[in-house]
Design a protein around this ligand. Structure first.
Ligand SMILES: C[S@@+](CC[C@H](N)C(=O)[O-])C[C@H]1O[C@@H](n2cnc3c(N)ncnc32)[C@H](O)[C@@H]1O
Length: 325
């Protein structure tokens, strides 16, 4: 699948990286191994009696052949490094560096500050996202955009195609979109696809989910974060999400015909919820809507039947079980 001039980055932690390295050597060839990148994601650690605190993951970089794109990476100089560059002439800021001639004699040469920054090495200091980060989407394994930005900039040009076959909430895709690359994402989980679709929507792309591999179970949905469960439920009835997560006026999404959708994590959605949803539908000048939940009381079912017979309002009560079928 990878182009002859393409590169592949495989991100792993200590559990698997050494086994996968051996497999990658077999598949791509030992000679096409380019870098073992250490992603150092945090400095704060607590003492462990069983060993050193783990603070890095490994990213293996292979190219398909000896012809591949690689754009060197630069990082800002650290203050301590800048202290060496304490002289200036018409060409810029420089440090005097002691060098040796072939005959062993010593002289001082000028080393100028590189305007692009200091060359980045194979050890990357990129913190994981803070819990308050604006980047956070609530997807459990979301990676920082800074990490993906480095990878994509280093190994591709604008217009190139990026594939992330385990793309979670779509960090690689969002960065690729922002950097003018084309992209394809794959994820086995429906909520991931929905979250990434919305993320890319906001960046002005109109992504399509072209195939759905349904591996979802009721147990997984019960464990899921509320926003992800909501995204799954709305998508399961081919709906469109309400982007407002709070103060949403009781509307979590809309069906293709524009009727409101409400999602509840309850096993016993009762009369009150149905009554209030009927008001939401009427306030929205609609004649129908869907409530999705794990279960409904008999009172709620009766209330929905009454709404239909007395007011012609069609409130569909859909259980998660039905949607999974
Ligand atoms: C570590 S997460 C990726 C996180 C992503 N980089 C981000 O920033 O959100 C790995 C993803 O792989 C997906 N996954 C696991 N097994 C898969 C499979 N066999 N096929 C496709 N996706 C899979 C999971 O659903 C999960 O979203």
């Amino acid at each position: 699948m990878l182009k002859p001039t393409g590169s592949i980055y495989v991100h792993l932690d200590w559990h698997a990286v050494h086994y996968v390295k051996v497999a990658m050597d077999e598949i791509f060839g030992y000679g096409n191994f380019r870098n073992e990148i250490i992603w150092h994601y945090g400095a704060r650690a607590t003492v462990r009696k069983s060993g050193l605190p783990r603070k890095h993951d490994t990213i293996l970089l292979y190219s398909k052949s000896s012809k591949y794109t690689f754009n060197p990476i630069y990082r800002p100089y650290k203050d301590t490094e800048m202290k060496r560059y304490n002289k200036r002439d018409e060409k810029g800021q420089y440090a005097l560096i002691k060098r040796k001639r072939r005959d062993g004699t010593v002289y001082y040469g000028k080393s100028y500050v590189n305007e692009k920054g200091a060359p980045e090495t194979d050890v990357w200091d990129i913190p994981t996202m803070a819990s308050t980060s604006r980047e956070r989407l609530g997807y459990p394994t979301q990676k920082p955009e800074a990490l993906l930005e480095r990878i994509i900039k280093a190994s591709s040009k604008p217009g190139d195609l990026i594939l992330d076959p385990f793309c979670g909430c779509g960090t690689a895709l969002a960065v690729a979109q922002r950097l003018g690359r084309r992209w394809i994402g794959i994820d086995a989980e429906m909520p991931a696809c929905v979250v990434m679709q919305q993320r890319l929507d906001k960046l002005g792309s109109r992504p399509e989910i072209i195939d759905e591999v349904e591996l979802m179970t009721e147990a997984k949905l019960r464990d899921m974060k509320p926003a992800l469960f909501q995204a799954w439920a709305v998508k399961a009835v081919q709906g469109r999400m309400n982007r407002k997560l709070s103060a949403d006026g009781g509307i979590d999404g809309w069906t293709i015909v524009g009727d409101p959708i409400q999602v509840k994590r309850s096993d016993r959605v009762g009369v009150k919820v149905v009554r209030e949803f009927q008001t939401v539908i009427q306030d929205d000048n609609r004649m129908g809507g869907i409530i999705i939940a794990f279960g409904f009381t008999s009172g709620a079912i009766k209330k929905a039947e009454d709404a239909k017979s007395k007011y012609g309002i069609n409130i569909e009560l859909k259980t998660v079980k039905e949607l999974l079928q």
